[in-house]
Design a protein around this ligand. Structure first.
Ligand code: BGC
Length: 703
C-alpha cells in the first residue's frame, strides 16, 4: 500500500512540518517496517512508502499480479522468452561476490553497481541490500560466495566502487552485515569475541573504507553479538564508531529480524527495524513511558529517515533500463573474474584449429550454478548462458563436442567399472577433456556452513580416469569459495575457476577456453591444501554461543605467512595467457613507481599488488606482510605500462589499541611488489618518519 499522494520529485517537502504534525504513534510505527520489504506508510503526509530489496548481485522482486500484467513487464518478458513466466521480476543475475572479488577491478564493480542501481530505480526501489563485505574468515562459511575477500583492503576498495556505482543512480546501497558476521552457524545470536585491534584492522576496515570513500546512504547491522552485545544494540559500533568517528550520515537498517528490542536498538541508533515486527510498537511505547527514550531521540531518527527519503526519491520517476546492455556488463564482469590456477603443457587455450573432438564432462557445463542460495539469489534472469552451448557456438561445426552430464556420472557412481571404461574410451579419443566440477547449493548457501572443501568423489574420480588416457585434461571449477585441489591436482593440466559467475558465466568460460578471453582474475582468498591448514579452524565455529577470534590478525594469507604453511594456491594468485614481468621499482619523493612488461604476443591484464612489512625492530606484533595497494592494468602484447602509487599514511598504518587510534610507526618498512602474495619480485625499503607524534614517546623515530 502506497500513500495516496501523486508526488512529483521536484516538489519540495517540508519535513520539519511533518515531524511537528506526526503523532507519537505514527512516529513509533515509522521506525519499523510494515512488510517484508517496505517501510511504514504515512497516509496523511506527502512521503511515500520506502522499499528495500535484495540483493547484492541483482534485484530479487516478487511481483504483484498487477505488476506482472503491466506493460513494462510484458515487454520485457516478450523480449526475453527464456525467462520464467512466474512471480519474479525479470532482472539481471550479475556475478556473485566471490567472482566480483576475483576481478580485483574497481571499474567492473562500479559498472555492476551502476547497472544494479538502474534496475532498482526502474522498479521504484530505494535501497539495494548490499554489498556484503564481511571478511572470509573461514573457508567453511556458507556465505563466503557473497563476500569479496579474506583481505580487508580488497573488500573495502571493491565495496566502495560498488556503492559509488549504485548511488550514482539515485538508489541507496546498504553495505552489510556490520559487523563480525563471519559464519552461518548460530548466525542469529552467536557472540563474536574479538580484541580491539583485530576488529579494527580486519573486520571493521572494509566498512570504514566504504563509509569514508563512498558515503553509503544506508548500512545494515548484523544478527550476531559482538563481545557480548547484539550488533543491533551496539551503541559503540553504530553511534561512536560508524557515525561519530567515520562520519556516516545515512540510516542504519537492521538485518531482517535482528532487532530483539526496538527501544534498545533505537538507543543504539538503528533507524529502521526490518521487517515488520509486531512487538516493536509496544516496546517503544513502554520505553517511552519509562523515560528510556524521549521525543528528541525519536525525532532525530525520523529526520534521518526523511533525509534518506529525500536522497532516494528520484526512484518515483522510474526510467526504463536496458537489460541487454546489463547482460553485456554481466558477461564482462564474469570474464574479468575467471581465474586460471594452473596451465601446463600449453593445455589452454584450446584453439579451434588444434582440435577435432572435445569431450565435455560434468553437469555444470550444461546447468551451471550462476549464484548461491538464500537472499542473494536472483531467480529470473533474462539469459543464462551455459558453457556447453557457448563452446558449441564458438567451435562451430568443425569441432565435435560430446557431453557426458548428470545421468552418466551418477550411474558411474554405482557401476563404476563399466562407466569408468566408457569414460576412458571417450576421453582417449578426444583431443581435450574438459571436466566441469561444481559444489552444490549445500556448499554455497546462506544459513548453512559447508562441512568440507572437497569436490564430490565422483568428479575427482572422473578427473583421475581422464588423466590416465588423455594428454589434455582441463578442470573448470564452478564454485563459491575455496576448494582443495590436492587429491587430483596432479591429474589436471589446467585448472580454471569460473566462480558463481552470474548469467553471463557460460560465455566467459567458453571464451577463455577458446582463447578469446585472456584470464586475469586473482584469488581473493587462499586455497589451502587441506582444511586443517587453516588457523581459524581451531577457533571455529565456537561452542554454539560464542566464537573466539583467537587467531587475531592471522586470517587468510596472514596466517599462511606467519605459520609458514604452504597453501595450494596463495592469495592474489592467478595466471594469464600473457607473460608479465615486473621491473624498475623506484621511489621518488612520496611516489612509488614500477613497470609491468608484457613479453608475450597476447594482450592481457595483470593485477599489480603492493604489500608492506613493518619495521623489523617494531615494538608491536604485526603480520609478516599486508596488502595495501592493488591495481588491475591492461598491458598490450610487447608493451610496458608504468604504475604509480602515492605513498600516503594509509599505506603504513596500524591500529594502536592502547591509544584507540590508527597510527604510523616510524621506521624502515619493506615494500614488496608483484602479482600474488607469494610472488613479489620487487622490493624496496621506505624509511618513514612522518608518523612521529609529539608527546608519544614509545613510537620512536628510527632516524
Ligand atoms: C540476510 C540479509 C538479507 C536480508 C533480507 C537476511 O536474512 O542476512 O543479507 O539482506 O535477509 O532478505
Amino acid at each position: 500500500m502506497e500513500g495516496n499522494f501523486q508526488l512529483k520529485v521536484k516538489d519540495e517537502i517540508d519535513y520539519e512540518k511533518i515531524i511537528r504534525e506526526m503523532t507519537l504513534e505514527e512516529k513509533f510505527h515509522y521506525l519499523t517496517g510494515a512488510g517484508s520489504n517496505c517501510g511504514y506508510t504515512l497516509d496523511r503526509f506527502p512521503v511515500k512508502t520506502m522499499r528495500y530489496h535484495d540483493g547484492p548481485f541483482g534485484l530479487r522482486l516478487r511481483l504483484t499480479s498487477d505488476q506482472k500484467k503491466s506493460e513494462a513487464e510484458r515487454k520485457i518478458r516478450s523480449a526475453f522468452p527464456n525467462c520464467q513466466k512466474g512471480e519474479e521480476a525479470v532482472t539481471t543475475a550479475f556475478p556473485t561476490g566471490c567472482a566480483l572479488g576475483a576481478t580485483w577491478d574497481e571499474t567492473v564493480l562500479e559498472q555492476v553497481g551502476e547497472a544494479i542501481g538502474e534496475e532498482f530505480h526502474s522498479h521504484g526501489i530505494h535501497a539495494v541490500l548490499g554489498p556484503a563485505v564481511n571478511i572470509k574468515r573461514h573457508p567453511l562459511c556458507g556465505r563466503n560466495f557473497e563476500y569479496y575477500s579474506e583481505d580487508p583492503h580488497v573488500s573495502g576498495m571493491l565495496g566502495a566502487a560498488y556503492v559509488k556505482g549504485v548511488q550514482k543512480k539515485g538508489v541507496a546501497a546498504c553495505p552489510k552485515h556490520y559487523a563480525l558476521n563471519n559464519q552461518e552457524r548460530g548466525r542469529f545470536s552467536v557472540n563474536s569475541e574479538v580484541d580491539e585491534r583485530t576488529m579494527r584492522e580486519i573486520y571493521l576496515k572494509p566498512f570504514e573504507m566504504i563509509v569514508k570513500e563512498a558515503r553509503p546512504w544506508s548500512m545494515m547491522c548484523a544478527y550476531n553479538r559482538i563481545n557480548g552485545v547484539y550488533a543491533s544494540e551496539h551503541r559503540e559500533l553504530l553511534e561512536e564508531i560508524l557515525r561519530k568517528e567515520w562520519g556516516f550520515d545515512g540510516i542504519v537498517i537492521s538485518d531482517w529480524g535482528a532487532v530483539k528490542n526496538r527501544a534498545y536498538s533505537l538507543l543504539a541508533s538503528v533507524d529502521l527495524c526490518m521487517p515488520y515486527q509486531e512487538q516493536a510498537f509496544a516496546q517503544l511505547k513502554e520505553a517511552y513511558e519509562k523515560n528510556l527514550i524521549d521525543t528528541e531521540l525519536v525525532d532525530e531518527t525520523i529526520r534521518r529517515l526523511f533525509h534518506f527519503y529525500e536522497r532516494t526519491r528520484s526512484v518515483y520517476e522510474p526510467e526504463e533500463c536496458d537489460l541487454e546492455k546489463h547482460h553485456q556488463i554481466a558477461v564482462n564482469a564474469a570474464r574479468k573474474s575467471i581465474t586460471l590456477l594452473k596451465n601446463e603443457n600449453g593445455a589452454l587455450p584450446v584453439r579451434k584449429e588444434e582440435v577435432k573432438r572435445i569431450l565435455v564432462v560434468g553437469e555444470s557445463a550444461a546447468d551451471p550454478l550462476i549464484g548461491g542460495d538464500g537472499s542473494s539469489r536472483v531467480s529470473n534472469p533474462p539469459y543464462r548462458t551455459t558453457p556447453l552451448e557457448e563452446l558449441k557456438r564458438f567451435y562451430g561445426e568443425e569441432v565435435e563436442i560430446e557431453f557426458l552430464g548428470h545421468s552418466f556420472l551418477h550411474t558411474y557412481e554405482h557401476e563404476i567399472g563399466y562407466m569408468e571404461m566408457e569414460l576412458a574410451q571417450k576421453a582417449a579419443t578426444a583431443d581435450a577433456v574438459l571436466i566441469f566440477a561444481n559444489q552444490d547449493y549445500s556448499c554455497t548457501s546462506e544459513a548453512i556452513d559447508r562441512n568440507h572443501i572437497e569436490l564430490e568423489p565422483y568428479l575427482e574420480h572422473a578427473i583421475r580416469v581422464s588423466r590416465r588416457v588423455s594428454r589434455r585434461v582441463i578442470v573448470v571449477l564452478n564454485i563459491g569459495s575455496a576448494v582443495s585441489t590436492a587429491k587430483w591436482n596432479h591429474c589436471a593440466d589446467a585448472i580454471l575457476v569460473s566462480w558463481l559467475g552470474g548469467q553471463g558465466m557460460g560465455t566467459a568460460v567458453a571464451e577463455t577456453i577458446c582463447g578469446i578471453n585472456n584470464p586475469g582474475g586473482k584469488l581473493p582468498e587462499t586455497f589451502p591444501k587441506d582444511l586443517r591448514d587453516v588457523e581459524s579452524l581451531k577457533n571455529y565455529p565456537g561452542d554454539g554461543y560464542k566464537v573466539v577470534y583467537k587467531e587475531r590478525l592471522q586470517v587468510g594469507y596472514r596466517h599462511f605467512d606467519a605459520n609458514r604453511v604452504k597453501p595450494e594456491y596463495e592469495f592474489g594468485f592467478g595466471l594469464s595467457y600473457s607473460r608479465f614481468v615486473f621491473g624498475n621499482l623506484e621511489q621518488r619523493g612520496d611516489e612509488l613507481s614500477f613497470d609491468i612488461a608484457n613479453l608475450s604476443d597476447v594482450d592481457g591484464e595483470e593485477v599489480a599488488q603492493v604489500y608492506i612489512s613493518f619495521p623489523e625492530n617494531s615494538w608491536n606484533d604485526h603480520p609478516v606482510k599486508e596488502l595495501r595497494y592493488f591495481k588491475r592494468v591492461a598491458v598490450k602484447a610487447h608493451e610496458t605500462v608504468s604504475v604509480h602509487v602515492k605513498m600516503t599514511e594509509e599505506l603504513f598504518q596500524y591500529y594502536n589499541a592502547a591509544l584507540h587510534k590508527w597510527m604510523v610507526e616510524c621506521g624502515a618498512y619493506t615494500i614488496w611488489v608483484g602479482n600474488s602474495s607469494r610472488n613479489l619480485p620487487l622490493r624496496t625499503t621506505k624509511s618513514v618518519t612522518f608518523g612521529y607524534e609529539e608527546g608519544i614517546t614509545y613510537e620512536t623515530s628510527m632516524e
